[in-house]
Design a protein around this ligand. Structure first.
Ligand code: 5GP
Ligand code: ZN
Length: 155
């Protein structure tokens, strides 16, 4: 979805949602101002893309031009943060070689989030990938979990 993907890579989280709300995305057949726009394409049906653009609310924890980190809606630990790329990448296995630097950046952000959240005693970073990996949301995300003793092996 050309406009969405271009927007995600260059726009701030709030500004893209505002642009779509005020002007429409320019792509859909019924596109128009103030909510008449029909989003098209995979990225626009993705809940984490909507969180990035700001049309689904979230509790921001950390953000930069490439990534957004927010509190998990159903935390499995006292601290449970999701780190996602602003760009729609469906899964770790879908990231091609051109995304190597971005993947490293996301890992660095996970460590930054852990520091900011006071997880000096330790924490876990998890990426669920695909059906057998237990991935429920098809937008790459790193779980940063801490604030309690983690068990091993995971289920
Ligand atoms: P997965 O199972 O795909 O690795 O993890 C998806 C995570 O996204 C789950 O921990 C789930 O609680 C979280 N999640 C799903 N929908 C939302 C949402 O709308 N907002 C937030 N903040 N988290 C969500
Ligand atoms: Zn997405």
């Amino acid at each position: 979805m050309i406009v969405g993907q271009a927007g995600f890579s260059i726009q701030g989280q709030k500004s893209l949602g505002r642009i779509f709300l005020e002007y429409g995305c320019g792509q859909g057949s019924t596109c128009g101002p103030r909510g008449a726009c029909v989003y098209t394409g995979l990225a626009m049906s993705c809940i984490f893309c909507k969180i990035v653009e700001g049309s689904i609310p979230s509790k921001a924890v950390h953000q930069d031009e490439l990534s957004y980190a927010f509190a998990d809606i159903d935390p499995k630990a006292p601290v449970h943060v999701l780190v996602i790329p602003r760009e729609h990448i469906a899964a770790l296995s879908e990231a091609d070689e051109s995304r190597k630097a971005l993947l490293g950046h996301l890992m660095w952000v996970a460590a930054e989030v852990a520091r900011e959240q006071g997880l000096g005693a330790g924490y876990r970073v998890v990426v669920n990938n695909g059906k057998n990996g237990g991935q429920a949301v098809d937008h790459l995300h790193l779980h940063v979990m801490g604030g309690r003793q983690m068990a091993w092996p995971p289920g």
